[in-house]
Structure formats: C-alpha cells, structure tokens
Ligand binder design. Structure first.
Ligand SMILES: [Zn+2]
Length: 275
C-alpha cells in the first residue's frame, strides 16, 4: 500500500538518479502523452507532495505521477537493457540511470506553474517542511460527524495517510475507525502519531509500526484480519470503509484512476481494544 512515506522515499531516490542531469530518453506509455518527448532537457527537482510525485523539468514542465494501489518505481543503471513489460508506464533516463515507473495510477504532464491544479487541494503534508498540525486538526474537526477512519484518508484534511497508517494509528490510540471525529478529544495526538510513523519509515523500504521488522510482525492490525490482536487476542477485523472518491488524488489524465474500490478503503481494527 503506497502511502506518503513510500512516495517520499521514491522521490529521494529519483532525485538522486535524475535531478541535475539531462534526460537522454523519455518514454510515456500512456496514450494521452505518448508523443511527449523530454529528451535533452534538464531535470531540476523531484518532489513528493502527500502521495503525489512531481518531477520538474527545465522549461517549466512537470511530470506528475501517482502510485495509486499498485504503482512502483525501479531505478537501474543506464547500461542495463530495459525490461520488456506491459506494466511499464513511464521511462525517464539519462546517461547514468533509468527510472522506470510500473503501473502508475496517474501519469500527467503539465506546466510547473499549474502544479497547484493537482496538489492545491491537499491538506498539510505529513512529511512536508511546511507541515502544520493545527491546520490538519482544524480541517478534520470541520466535519465532526464523519468517521475518523474516513477523515484520515481524505487527502484534503492531511496528505500522506493511506489504509495502513490509518489502521495502525487508530489501533495505537484505541480509537475505533467508525468513531465520529467530533467525539475524539485529542485529534492532535492522532495526527502527531501519524506523522511520527510515516517519518520513521520514510528512509527505507517496508512499513513497520510495531518496531519489529520480521515478516508478519510489522503491523498491529493492518493485513491481519482473523488473526489474534497482539494486545488482547480478539480476532482482528477487516471491512471496507467510506464512500470512496474522497481521496482526492487530483489526477486528471494518464491511465486514469481506479475510483473507490473496496481495496482502496479497507480498514483493520480490533473490536475490543478500539472504541
Ligand atoms: Zn485487541
């Protein structure tokens, strides 16, 4: 499940491979941008905003991508032959490195001046330099009847949380995902914990909230439906939550979005520890 920490990590790796270098190849394998050619242009910066990745290119062009559910990036040396895969959506390469985007949910090319059209709706970025906890709390509190599990996923409230951190944060705070926002006295500590977990995971692959990196022990409830709660032994539950379409990724083109499928908004919780 790609969340803000994963995008942040990819942004850092892509920045290392692409920023400050001239593109020797660009290959957009999405119909809308199939003819775009950025060869010969300098990549100036790679930034993460919430779950959005922005690759800025000389001349005021931004390549905007979003991983959605299954997207990933791989970086190879430029001398390695490019893999043949129908899952590749985008290749950006220079003389040293090739960055290959697989199954990206959104691939967009826009003018850098228009970046706000895809990221302007986002709430405070949990991993941004300009993170603003009070503003995130204010936005959450503005809809007191809404279930907290849904509100945390809405990127207009705060940017970067997906199903994993939503489930884990609410478990750690003992809050049911269905509790209305207005009934939570300390929203500040909820979002502060979300930020701490993302921050702790942003420099590496793998999302760990238990402090244990061993496979199968990395989370409290996420991905553990039917297994005993690590605290009370009650079976962990899993359900779809929310109406979908509230994630507001802002993607406008590319391969198109997946909308609000069940897997997009799944939540895990312990019915005994959380209420
Ligand atoms: Zn429990």
């Amino acid at each position: 499940m790609p969340e803000g920490d994963v995008v942040w990590w990819y942004a850092r790796r892509l920045r290392g491979a692409l920023a400050g270098r001239i593109l020797a190849r660009s290959d957009f394998r999405v119909p809308r941008f199939a003819t775009v050619d950025l060869t010969g242009r300098l990549v100036t910066h790679v930034a993460a905003r919430g779950k959005h990745l922005l690759i800025r290119v000389d001349g005021g062009v931004t390549v905007h991508t979003h991983l959605r559910m299954d997207g990933s990036w791989r970086i190879r040396t430029a001398t390695e032959p490019l893999p043949t895969s129908h899952r590749i959506r985008l290749v950006l390469a220079n003389d040293s490195w090739a960055a290959i985007g697989y199954q990206l949910g959104v691939v967009d090319v826009l003018s850098t001046a228009e970046e706000k059209s895809v990221t302007g709706h986002l709430g405070p970025d949990l991993l941004g330099d300009d993170w603003d906890q009070d503003e995130a709390v204010r936005r959450l509190a503005a809809a007191p009847a809404r279930a907290i599990g849904e509100a945390l996923l809405d990127q207009r409230n705060l940017a970067g949380v997906g199903n994993l951190y939503k489930s884990e944060v609410l478990f750690l705070r003992g809050i049911s995902p269905w509790r209305p926002v207005g009934e939570i006295s300390d929203l500040g500590s909820v979002v502060a914990l979300a930020r701490r977990l993302l921050d702790a995971n942003k420099d590496r692959i793998g999302q760990v909230t238990t402090g244990v990196r061993r496979r199968g022990e990395q989370t409290w409830v996420y991905g553990r439906a039917g297994q005993p709660c690590r605290r009370c032994q009650a079976p962990v539950r899993r359900a779809a939550q929310g109406t979908g379409g509230t994630g507001g990724t802002g993607g406008t083109g590319g391969t198109g979005g997946t909308g609000g499928t069940e897997a997009d908004r799944v939540t895990f919780w312990c019915p005994r520890c959380q209420n």
